[in-house]
Design a binder for this molecule. Structure first.
Ligand code: ATP
Ligand code: MG
Length: 305
């Protein structure tokens, strides 16, 4: 659906915002592009959408060149921009319907109604955009992008500054888009959002894509798992014969923490529990926790380039 090769962007002031970006996005996938402020996410999206002109490299959307075949590519792309565009006096209903016309789609009030309802905007359909709150305006941007039924949808921080409910609405909208085969590329600073929605995750830092991977395998590969044992009696230190397990003791001495690798054939849990029993260390509760995508992400972008 999207093929980006050797893409570079240097802004007029001389700042290089994208460095040799290569990225292939399959039809129907949900791709989350993550990266710190200023990493180049919006620049990348804007190049694909024809808003920013690339310095070099190629961008193909469904086989069409995003620069020379601008019209062909733009007609199948939907964009929810990061910045709220100028305020308008038009109604929500008219704005959403007008957006269809802009993309050469026949009017389809049923579709627009369904989009507005899915974003909890139906009761605001007659309100003028300028009278809406910030979060509501963002919902309208999403409704506009969805109203013309794009094949490739960009969501540039769609849930920045919106309430929990819209975030939930968004997740539902994206999962129904997934079912209808729409390809979605989203950026977000709420990593749990990517964890919830994405099939694949890309990380961009200082204009370079530093990682692209299936979310599930990424979390398995880079994530670690920990076992927390709550002890009957507090321990001041780990008995030396347990040193090979690399255990940690919590501040109050009541919790023993074992970090293990789920990919290993032997996690060491069985033998650890056996040795604890032999040493007379009893416990009355246990839990495990897996590192989140957020922890993995923070580790990745902290690494020296
Ligand atoms: N029009 C412009 N002229 C010059 N530099 C720009 C322009 N637009 C963006 N930049 C610079 O390019 C870099 C990447 O910006 P971009 O907006 O793509 O980042 P981003 O990853 O979307 O960040 P954020 O998470 O804050 O939205 C930044 O250093 C920014 O200052
Ligand atoms: Mg941005």
């Amino acid at each position: 659906m999207l093929s980006i090769k050797n893409l570079n962007k240097t802004y007029a002031g001389g700042f290089q915002a994208l460095k040799d970006v290569d990225l292939e996005i399959n039809q129907g996938e949900i791709f989350a592009l993550l990266g710190p402020n200023g990493a180049g996410k919006t620049t990348l999206i804007n190049v694909v959408c024809g808003i920013v002109k690339p310095t070099s490299g190629s961008v193909l959307v469904n086989g069409y060149d995003a620069v020379s075949d601008y019209r062909a590519t733009r007609s199948i792309i939907g964009l929810v921009p990061q910045e709220l565009p100028v305020e308008t006096f038009e109604s929500v209903w008219k704005t959403a319907n007008f957006s269809r016309g802009l993309f050469g789609r026949l009017s389809n009030p049923d579709h627009v109604e369904q989009v507005l309802r899915s974003l909890s905007l139906w009761d605001k359909k007659d309100s003028r955009i300028i009278e809406l709150s910030g979060g509501m305006k963002r919902r309208v941007l999403i409704a506009k992008a969805l109203s013309h039924e794009p094949d490739l949808l960009f969501l540039d921080e769609p849930t920045a500054g919106v309430d929990v409910e819209l975030r939930q609405d968004m997740w539902n909208v994206v999962s129904s888009l997934r079912e209808s085969g729409v390809t979605v590329i989203l950026t977000t600073h709420y990593i749990e959002e990517a964890e919830e929605m994405a099939d694949r995750v890309g990380v961009i830092n200082h204009g370079e894509i530093i990682l692209v991977q299936e979310k599930v395998s990424l979390m398995q590969e880079l994530g670690k798992k920990q076992l927390f044992l709550h002890l009957h009696e507090p321990l001041s230190e780990v008995p030396t014969h347990l040193n090979p397990y690399g255990l940690e003791v919590s501040g109050d001495g009541f919790e023993l923490i074992y970090t293990y690798d789920t990919k290993e054939e032997h996690t060491g849990i069985t033998s650890l529990l056996g040795e604890l029993q032999e040493s007379g260390i009893g416990f009355n509760d246990l839990r495990t926790s897996q590192s989140s995508l957020e922890e993995i992400f923070v580790d990745l972008v902290k690494r020296p380039a």
